[in-house]
Design a protein around this ligand. Structure first.
Ligand SMILES: Nc1ncnc2c1ncn2[C@@H]1O[C@H](COP(=O)(O)OP(=O)(O)OP(=O)(O)O)[C@@H](O)[C@H]1O
Ligand SMILES: [Mg+2]
Length: 451
């Protein structure tokens, strides 16, 4: 068990020294603060198990401090130190979430005993949170499949930078595993027992996004009947994934930059700065550098977010991963659908490896899900794949009932088939067909293939 950390808050020098001595002697890691506001600053820098605070102080009194701690650092336990006259107030404080109170003059044995109990309560609750997370599967190690050179390198980089508390930008086409990569970084980081939250920055209107990210104070707008913390605050201590960061409106970019730079934020409709401690991972399938050059994305924010970049390569560029991923998804869906499916036919694998995968790993996952659901046998064959793929049979000359057709028509069908395979990307199609773009263009015109 780590050494328990206690913060003593008292404006009386002698009392601070005295309490420090009592607790240090018993092995606690003790720090002190003279005022309530400096106590809050300290907590923002370094978390504490227990705060022991005097009730009557000049700037922020013990009760106020209690409510701010419960608001900003809810996992910290608070013990109030109080004179006889203020005992009713101390009891009031317990109703507001204080762990207990100690009556002055302080008896060392009582102080140590209460400190131990408060620490134990806090640690127990942490255990429960961890267990709950494990039950929900939150803490299970994310599985990122990949044996291609690019993925092996990317995974190595993720594990390495996970330990360094820097912001990360993950780039890659849709469905390449950006969110999975972010959760993997979080899992291998010292923040793993705290939350990993994600928000899609492109999915909200501007005001809503501000509200989601920064939270709001009571009465910030019509309908805000109570204050609410935003994701940057809730993810404090943990990691926040800002998905589709390229879609964040410019005004929000300014606010986000400020929050990340200062590690504090102001809720919508509020004016009090709230300290945060968040690792920000952003993801995008756009070329952010281009967006910066076009003046659509702030350069200063870009540099803040992009301390390290991880690029998730498209699946078509790492064909070595296709069989591995296909088997991984096959096992997963077979278990989920209670089907005894053991593998994929060679022909199926060949078809998959020849495919362009415009939707990347997510598309492969969907294809396998479909195939496992449809399979008529214990092995997946081409006819179990979604209909686009099964049409490949047109070109199987071995089939007894294959139709004979004019070469021109065959060509037309074949080009159409390739185009569909590559998500109608003509550059890619011409490369696969071994002709240049202008010849492909001519073919398309001659055979009137629909755009
Ligand atoms: N290497 C991988 N190993 C196992 N599963 C993967 C891998 N890469 C992606 N997946 C799975 O593919 C799906 C898509 O991944 P994810 O959501 O992380 O992609 P994304 O890049 O965030 O996509 P989008 O840009 O559409 O948000 C998820 O179900 C994820 O679990
Ligand atoms: Mg995503």
């Amino acid at each position: 068990m780590n050494q328990a950390r206690i913060l003593i808050v008292d404006d009386d020098d002698i009392a601070r020294k005295n309490f420090t001595r009592i607790l240090q002697r018993e092995g606690f890691d003790v720090s002190t603060a003279e005022t309530g506001s400096s106590a809050l600053e300290r907590l923002a820098q370094r978390s504490c198990d227990v705060v022991m605070t005097d009730l009557v102080m000049e700037d922020v009194n013990g009760l106020e401090l209690l409510s701010r701690i419960k608001n900003q650092f809810p996992e910290t336990e608070v013990i109030l130190i109080t004179g006889y006259a203020s005992i009713p107030t101390a009891i009031e404080a317990i109703k507001k979430g204080a762990y207990h109170y100690i009556e002055k003059p302080v008896r060392p044995a009582e102080m140590v005993h209460l400190a131990r109990q408060a620490v134990e309560k806090k640690r127990l609750r942490e255990q429960i949170v961890k267990l709950e997370a494990r039950i929900k599967g939150d803490l299970e190690e994310p599985i990122l499949i990949g044996q291609s050179r690019q993925m092996v390198e990317a995974i190595k980089l993720m594990k390495q930078i996970a330990k360094v508390d820097c912001n990360v930008l993950i780039t890659g086409e849709s469905g390449t595993g950006k969110e999975l990569a972010a959760s993997m970084i979080h899992y291998h980081s010292p923040r793993r027992n705290r939350r990993f939250l994600a928000i899609n920055c492109g999915g909200f209107a501007e005001e809503l996004l501000a509200n989601e990210l920064f939270g709001h104070e009571k009465d910030a707008f019509t309908g805000a009947s109570s204050a609410r913390a935003g994701l940057l605050e809730t993810a404090s201590g943990g990691t926040l994934l800002l998905d589709e960061i390229g879609d964040m409106p410019p005004s929000m970019q300014v606010k986000l930059l400020r929050a990340i730079q200062e590690q504090e934020l102001i809720r919508v409709g509020g004016n009090r700065p709230i300290p945060i401690d968040v690792r920000v991972i952003s993801a995008t399938n756009q070329d952010l550098k281009k967006a910066v050059n076009a003046g659509l994305f702030r350069q200063d924010l870009y540099y803040r977010l992009n301390v390290v970049t991880i690029d998730m390569p498209p699946l078509r560029d790492r064909k070595a991963d296709i069989p591995l991923l296909a088997h991984f998804f096959l096992r997963r869906f077979a278990r989920q659908f209670h089907r005894e499916i053991t593998g994929l036919s060679e022909e199926t694998m060949a078809v998959l490896q020849g495919y362009y995968f415009p939707g990347n790993v997510r598309e492969l996952e969907n294809i396998i899900e479909h195939a496992v659901a449809m399979a008529r046998d214990d092995t997946i064959s081409v006819k179990d794949l979604p209909s686009d793929f099964s049409e490949i049979g047109v070109f199987s000359f071995e089939k007894p009932n294959s139709q004979v057709m004019p070469l021109r028509e065959m060509e037309r069908k074949y080009i159409e088939w390739v185009l569909r395979r590559v998500g109608r990307n003509k550059t890619q199609a011409s490369r696969l067909l071994g002709i240049d773009r202008s010849s492909l263009w001519r073919h398309l015109k001659n055979s009137e293939i629909e755009e």
